[in-house]
Design a protein around this ligand. Sequence first.
Ligand code: ATP
Ligand code: MG
Length: 330
Amino acid sequence: RVRIFSGVQPTGHLTLGNYLGAMRRWVEEDQHRADALFCVVDLHALTVEHDPARVRRLTRQAATLLLAAGLDPARCTLFVQSQVHEHVRLSYLMECTASDGEMRRMVQFKEKAARAEARGGSVRLSLLTYPALMAADILAYGTHEVPVGADQAQHLELTRDLAVRFNQRYGATFVVPKATYPAVGARVMDLQEPTSKMGKSHAATAGTVYLLDEPEAVRKKVLRAVTDTAGEVVYEREERPGVANLLDVLAACAGGEPARLAEGYTSYGALKKDVAEAVVEVLRPVRKRHAELAADPGYVDGVLRAGAERARGLARPRVDAAYRAVGLSA
Ligand code: ATP
Ligand code: MG
């Protein structure tokens, strides 16, 4: 059976980008057609400045939101990364397989390191080695497919390289996984800064739609989205990133094809109004279900406990085999 693995970091409140780029497919497709594991990757959240109480709160919130969005514990495995020690065990072997240079080439490292420095902070070593842990997350499970947003393409390529290299050096141990991306919504851009991707850990929030935003907040953010001065509604990602992003979001939320949708509009105002309503409708059931689940923390705890137990059982033999392959005893 096809094995799928993917994750989300508890670094902030989940966004429309997380939903359209990743979560929605986990819910609508992946859990139905494969043996799918989904993980709140809390160890990754420690690669940037963090507040312990907030990480704890956001970990629970992310798990609750994944269930609210429609992950079904009867169909998939949902767990928290730090509860399965195999990830860290294997991460070390990945650090011993990767080179310093290939880690430094990662765009996410460069961007997040620059952001940490701009805030006057230091760059955590774990931010550099992040892709080693991510490779371990994926490879520990014999994963075939990793459903992610387009921003993760480079990390997935590195994961594949590490799997191939490890297998060549030490014998066939890992499945070489491939990334899968959604047809639309693979890269949702910030509404205020449409040349950068929407991200949950960004400090400014006016350009970020959060899954738990009230309908009024969603409308306000979409109606204030940056467009351009040309006034025409056409789909040109390079020339008019703001308008193209709105068309992408509309296509992802209401169906259709972005360039074709553009033909139906003569003003930005009308486009924004439709985008806002489409987003509000997509988020409505998620918010409602989240409120119900948040009132039952015992249920969420139980799901995560069972998920971690299953994940441990799946990861353990392959990680043990990897330890033995490199000359350690396990
Ligand atoms: P952070 O700012 O902390 O990196 P993030 O919003 O990028 O947060 P992640 O937890 O890093 O979220 O990523 C979770 C999943 O969501 C990944 O599959 C990632 O590719 C996807 N994703 C993140 N942002 C977007 C976006 N703007 N558009 C589409 N997919 C996205
Ligand atoms: Mg990210």
